[in-house]
Structures are given as structure tokens and as C-alpha cells.
Design a protein around this ligand. Structure first.
Ligand code: HEC
Length: 149
């Protein structure tokens, strides 16, 4: 019994949370769902920034908080064994052959989305739009190297 507790403690210390997926297709669908929700929220924010929709600081900030959370989700779905390739994924093999490069882009995205969430809460429209511009660069920067069109 004591041994089990020690091992469980070590796993948590290493950050090795058991995967929620049972098969590769679940991991692929999960990461696509996360990006799809990110894109819907981000699109609404872009409409406000570009003036296609009235500026609403509270709603913008709510969406930024959503994306800051969503941006944490895809990582474990890219780590599930067997979810690297297949007809249903647009992920490029470069994600796995260059994991540190991909992971750096993912981390930058998370950092910039956290910053946008924080700035937007402070309520300054100009500063919020500026932080949005920084965060927006991440999408294309990662897709051009790691996602098929
Ligand atoms: C760190 C890399 C990375 C970043 C940053 C990133 N994406 Fe993606 N995105 C991917 C990959 C890889 C896929 C393909 C996933 C798959 O098909 O398995 C993807 C898929 C998508 C999809 C398709 C989802 C579906 O339904 O299949 C959309 C839409 C999308 N991303 C939008 C965005 C937007 C908008 C941003 C920025 C706010 C963004 N992504 C940031 C890597 C990234």
C-alpha cells in the first residue's frame, strides 16, 4: 500500500497525468474540437477589433479568458500514442519529429493568450487591441509549419 502511494506521488510530481483518451481518434477529435472553439471565440474578437462588430470590453475579455483555458488543452492530445497520423488529422509529422519546436510555439501561444486575458480584464481598449495583435500572430506561425491546409 505504501509503495502505491509513493509511486502515485512520483507520477504527479512528474506531471504524468493519466490520459483521458482510449484510442487515437478520440485524441484527434479532442484537439480539433479545442481549436474549433478557439477559432470561434477568436473570430468574434477579431470582428470587434476590426470594427465589424461593436466593441464590448466585457465580452471580449470573457472570450479571452475562454481561449486562455482552451489553449492548455491540445497538448496532451498531441502526445497520445497513435494520434500522429491518419486521414482525419491535418497535423504535420513535423510536430513529432520536431517536438521541441512545436512545443515552443504552443507555449508562446499559451503565454500570449494568458497575457491577452489579463490585459483585457484591466479594461483598456487600446492595450487590449495591441495584445490581441500579438496573440493573433501565433495562429499562422504555428499552422505554416505544423498543420496541413
Ligand atoms: C502551436 C500550434 C498551433 C497554434 C498556436 C494554433 N494552432 Fe490551430 N491547429 C494546429 C494543429 C496542429 C491543427 C491540426 C489538428 C488536427 O487536425 O489534428 C490545428 C487546427 C486548427 C483548426 C481546425 C480544427 C478542426 O475543426 O479540425 C482551426 C480552426 C484552428 N487550428 C484555428 C486556430 C486559431 C484561430 C489559432 C490562433 C488563435 C490557432 N489555431 C493556433 C496548431 C496550432
Amino acid at each position: 500500500m505504501k509503495k502505491v502511494i509513493v509511486i502515485a506521488g512520483m507520477l504527479f510530481a512528474a506531471g504524468a497525468i493519466a490520459s483521458p483518451f482510449e484510442k487515437p481518434s478520440e485524441a484527434i477529435e479532442y484537439r480539433q474540437a479545442a481549436f474549433s472553439m478557439i477559432a470561434t471565440n477568436f473570430g468574434d474578437m477579431a470582428n470587434m477589433v476590426k470594427g465589424r462588430k461593436d466593441w464590448d470590453q466585457a465580452q471580449f475579455s470573457q472570450r479571452a479568458q475562454f481561449i486562455a483555458q482552451l489553449a492548455q488543452m491540445p497538448e496532451e492530445a498531441f502526445q497520445f500514442k497513435g494520434a500522429e497520423a491518419g486521414d482525419t488529422t491535418k497535423a504535420k509529422p513535423a510536430i513529432w519529429s520536431d517536438w521541441s519546436g512545436f512545443n515552443a510555439k504552443l507555449t508562446q501561444f499559451q503565454t500570449d493568450m494568458n497575457q491577452l486575458a489579463k490585459v483585457s480584464l484591466e479594461g483598456d481598449e487600446r492595450a487590449t487591441k495591441k495584445a490581441f495583435g500579438v496573440a493573433a500572430k501565433n495562429c499562422k506561425s504555428c499552422h505554416s509549419d505544423y498543420k496541413y491546409k
